[in-house]
Design a protein around this ligand. Structure first.
Ligand SMILES: Nc1ncnc2c1ncn2[C@@H]1O[C@H](COP(=O)(O)OP(=O)(O)O)[C@@H](O)[C@H]1O
Ligand SMILES: N[C@@H](CCC(=O)OP(=O)(O)O)C(=O)O
Length: 332
């Protein structure tokens, strides 16, 4: 913050830090990858699922709306069918997804019932995002469930997806859902701490990126494929998803879902994982969010209205001596 001789206070940086953004995000899309939901890519890991469900219920108790995008149907189906071998045809994958999806949703429903609530399953393909009418239908399905305090659990409809309508991975699906539903934050939970400068399985000395801008072209050169046997897209689909979600203003967090209470800690502003800002959201914040400034005059704090000039905030003060100013975000 600087002050010129005319007694004009200019606040140069009005975009809050990631911690503040995490605390303020009210609409979360949370995507959980197969590697976190299954034990070694085999049967569903019910205790891990219970842990995620409990965290989501606690977020909801804090007035956060949550939409869950859950992978796991193909792995669960393979296990149910006793298929140890690798699937070779698209039809086998479809069958595994069909069987596994019902097991997956049954497990979620049982876990949510313990918390006195339900889930609503929504299975989508690319077709559901093709035109305005179908987009509206997708959004209204999500919103109705939320209004009824039911947790929407979304997956790709792999049982019927074909070359024309397949999305291919749930990172992409989570980004589409974030855009349709106007999420503030998309959390991609995976089996690594975040995005590293190289695949940490191949390069153990790679460093984690803690914060950046979604769409930064340097990230594409850092990622390798999926490291495990169950995940599909690796980090590449996650950074593409972040770029996509950012277009509608959602920030993305890529974090390790095995960290105890990871979602709750993120909500408290903890600096875990990789935070990828949406440039669009930042611009919107500069434009809309700061409504007044609290300014320290002598012994008193006073509220000043403010004036915006381009992307900066100007405040006229009656006094010429330096002041301390705290921006007020949307009235808070
Ligand atoms: N630059 C990178 N940073 C972190 N992980 C990476 C990177 N490049 C590739 N990966 C791999 O991506 C994997 C996570 O993606 P994936 O297996 O598809 O998980 P999920 O099932 O959670 O979507 C990691 O286990 C890791 O080996
Ligand atoms: N729709 C598929 C998951 C596809 C997918 O993106 O998997 P992952 O990389 O583990 O998140 C399933 O339910 O098995």
């Amino acid at each position: 913050m600087t002050m010129n001789t005319a007694g004009k206070t200019t606040l140069h940086s009005v975009v809050p830090g990631r911690s503040a953004l995490q605390k303020r995000a009210r609409r979360w899309v949370i995507k959980i990858g197969s590697s976190l939901l299954t034990q070694d890519g085999q049967r569903l890991d019910l205790s891990a699922m219970q842990n995620f469900v409990q965290q989501i219920l606690r977020l909801r108790a804090e007035d956060i709306e949550v939409v869950l995008v859950s992978s796991g149907s193909v792995s669960a189906g393979k296990c149910h069918l006793g298929w140890a071998q690798r699937m070779t045809t698209a039809e086998e994958r479809q069958a595994a997804a069909s069987v596994g999806q019902s097991a997956l949703i049954h497990a979620y429903e049982n876990l949510l019932a313990e918390g006195g609530t339900h889930c609503g399953q929504i299975l989508l393909t690319r077709d559901n995002f093709r035109d305005r009418k179908r987009l509206k239908k997708t959004r209204s399905a999500i919103e109705m469930l939320l209004k009824m305090q039911i947790l929407p659990i979304i997956n790709e409809n792999d049982a019927i997806a074909d070359l024309d309508n397949a999305l291919g991975n749930n990172d992409h699906l989570a980004a589409l859902v974030s855009n349709v539903w106007h999420a503030d934050l998309m959390v991609l939970l995976t089996d690594q701490s975040g995005l590293f400068t190289a695949d940490p399985r191949a390069q153990p000395d790679a460093e984690m990126i803690t914060e950046g801008i979604a769409g930064d072209p340097r990230y594409e050169r850092m990622v390798g494929g999926s490291g495990g046997t169950v995940g599909t897209g690796g980090m590449l689909t996650k950074i593409h998803a972040a770029t996509h979600a950012a277009r509608a203003g959602a920030a993305t967090l890529i974090a390790d879902g095995r960290i105890p209470d990871v979602l709750l800690r993120l909500h408290k502003g903890a600096l875990l994982g990789t935070f990828l800002r949406s440039g669009k959201f930042d611009r919107k914040l500069r434009r809309d969010a700061w409504t007044r400034l609290q300014i320290h005059h002598g012994q008193q704090w006073m509220i000043h209205p403010m004036r915006r000039v381009k992307n900066e905030v100007d405040v006229f003060c009656s006094e010429t001596r330096p002041v301390t100013a705290i921006p007020i975000f949307n009235g808070r």
